[in-house]
Design a protein around this ligand. Structure first.
Ligand code: ATP
Ligand code: MG
Ligand code: MG
Length: 552
């Protein structure tokens, strides 16, 4: 069932469809700024924008909001397109660039000047701080407000022509210097900025401000429902002012509606902070599996379906909240449980010698590929004289209730036999380095004909019939729920143990899987093949453990 539950935005769209406000049309847009990689917060907006369009036979535009030249780059643009597709959404031919409207936006600004609704202002940023006033005090009028239309047209054309220094002049909307909404006190709509634009080079030295550009982008594209996050609520009057001032009317006029951001515990979501993590090498790039970016999550092995599931669970409201990352982990397990084939792998190997099994013997045992999916079938596991088990599955002095291996104790090997620990070999320092065990040939398949019970079942691999692999054990990137809260520097809250690299031993099939394949290592978690893998040198990332190991 893919129908999303009705939320206040879907109810609004349904009402608009019914009333004919937009002649039955739904056009949405997802408008990322190409100044970073997409993160899971963006996924919420993508699921909403594309979801609502699809549910109403409408279209959703992918529009690059590339009006701020200094931080934007084609690397980001390409990653964004790739990530939107990976998440499962198709923008088809509806790919747009805000910067392609610069000429039309310029013409609209000229029109505003002609209508007496915009003027050129010479005040410096510092002077404006004083003119603007504050919540308790109305602002003062800029001297530029008194300029004639002719003078404003002339000055604005000369701003464009490059006659003035950066910051020497701005174009302001003439609105209301006494407005209780500071955004409405004659906001800047154009500034002079000599910066190279990644698509338009040095063609422009004036750039429109977001609050002026965004409503126009929406209107030019015939967007009906312009959905954005709550922090834009106080910008909506300006959004409406721009459209009203230029005479846009329904049904050719977009409507802005705000919803709550997605925030996740134990991570940060601001692009500025993510960029800092990358630039200062706290992580190994935007697609580091610890990052909340879509590329990082993909590399971590998180399926797109788990991210869509999370977005649906979190829903769309007007209240900002904080989602426990455990909810994402739950979604990941739910998705992978049915699809991920099972394998045996040992991440912290302890050698076991089966003393009563022949030296060169190799016995194939039947193993089930996925108990959740009978169609996945069976495979063979090689049982040999030398095996590896997990170090943590043996204890010299087991506490009560420990059902794994201990001196003189018996345990079941998954898909194999009962083995009994007969002798413990230690090194000079007293570390356990090998166990000598016997196996009971009558227990093949996991039960004893004499009815004796063994509680513990542990995973294992053959020493000779397994392959070594680098396994990267990822954990939460930060050690606190809300990094950076209460004025603390978020970088001081990085989890020092967010990555542990071990050399494990795997069933040989695992070394043949393609990069991006995700499997379950029984009892350990879900793991995915990292693109760093090379022939004969597999690298696996831990996607998520099987259970929440963080206390709950
Ligand atoms: P940042 O503030 O980190 O720079 P942004 O919101 O400016 O991020 P954009 O590229 O402008 O990033 O975002 C594109 C769209 O994604 C916007 O409509 C924005 O509202 C939405 N979005 C960004 N972050 C989240 C989030 N955490 N939850 C939901 N939607 C988000
Ligand atoms: Mg933005
Ligand atoms: Mg931003």
């Amino acid at each position: 069932n893919n129908a999303a539950p009705l939320d206040f935005i879907r109810e609004m769209v349904a009402a608009d469809m019914k009333s004919g406000k937009y002649n039955g049309k739904v056009v949405t847009r997802f408008p990322p700024e190409p100044n970073g990689y997409l993160h899971i917060g963006h996924a919420k907006a993508i699921c909403l924008d594309f979801g609502i369009a699809a549910e109403n036979n409408g279209v959703c535009h992918l529009r690059f909001d590339d009006t701020n030249p200094t931080k934007e780059d084609t690397e980001y643009e390409e990653s964004i397109q790739n990530d939107v597709r990976w998440l499962g959404f198709d923008f088809g031919k509806h790919l747009y660039y805000a910067s392609d409207y610069f000429e039309r936006m310029y013409e609209c600004a000229v029109e505003l000047i002609k209508r007496g609704k915009a003027y050129v202002c010479d005040l410096s940023a510092e002077e404006w701080d004083e003119y603007r006033g504050d919540l308790a005090n109305p602002g003062k009028e800029s001297p530029g407000r008194k300029r004639s239309v002719e003078e404003n047209l002339d000055l604005f054309a000369r701003m464009r022509a490059g006659e003035f220094e950066d910051g020497a002049k701005v174009l302001r909307a003439r609105i209301d210097m006494a407005s209780p909404n500071i955004n409405m006190r004659d906001p800047v709509i154009y500034r002079i900025r000599r910066a190279h634009h990644f698509r338009h080079g040095d063609k422009w030295c004036i750039y429109p401000m977001y609050d002026y550009a965004h409503p126009l982008e929406d209107a030019f594209e015939g967007v009906t429902h312009s959905l954005c996050t709550l922090e834009f609520e106080i910008h909506r009057p300006l959004y409406d002012w721009v459209l009203d001032s230029l005479g846009y009317k329904f049904p050719d006029r977009p409507q802005q509606t705000e919803f709550s951001r997605l925030n996740l515990t134990y991570t940060v979501m601001s692009k500025r902070k993510l960029l800092q993590l990358v630039k200062e090498n706290h992580v190994h790039g935007w697609d580091d599996p610890r990052m909340p970016t879509l590329s990082g999550m993909r590399r971590r092995g998180i399926p797109a379906s788990a991210i869509r599931r999370l977005c649906k669970m979190v829903g769309v409201t007007k209240f900002d909240g904080l989602t426990d990352v455990a909810v994402l982990e739950y979604c990941v397990r739910e998705e992978l449980n049915s699809s991920a084939p099972r394998f045996l792998a040992v991440l912290d190997p302890l050698k076991v010698t089966i003393t009563n099994f022949p030296e060169e013997g190799v016995e194939p045992l039947d193993a089930v590929n996925n108990p959740e999916d009978p169609a996945a079938g069976c495979r063979k596991l090689a049982f040999t004289r030398e095996l590896y088990i997990e170090k943590s599955d043996f204890m010299m002095e087991p506490p009560k209730g420990y059902f794994r291996l201990a001196p003189g104790k018996e345990v079941r090997l998954r898909y194999g036999y009962f083995i009994k620990c007969e002798e413990v070999v230690t090194d000079a320092a007293g570390n356990v380095i090998e166990l000598k065990c016997s196996f009971d040939p009558a227990t093949r398949g996991g039960s004893a004909p004499d009815g004796r019970k063994v509680k513990g079942t542990i995973h294992w691999v053959s020493a000779s019939e397994s392959v070594p692999a680098e396994v990267r054990l990822y954990d939460r990137l930060f050690s606190v729920e809300q990094p950076g809260a209460d004025g603390v520097d978020f970088l001081t809250q990085l989890n020092a143990d967010s990555l542990k690299v071990v050399t494990g031993r795997l069933e040989p099939e695992l070394a043949k899987l393609a990069s991006g394949s995700t499997v379950q290592f029984e009892r350990l978690g879900y793991f995915t093949v990292d693109p760093d893998s090379a022939p004969g040198k597999p690298v696996f990332n831990r996607t998520v453990t099987l259970k929440d190991s963080w206390g709950n």
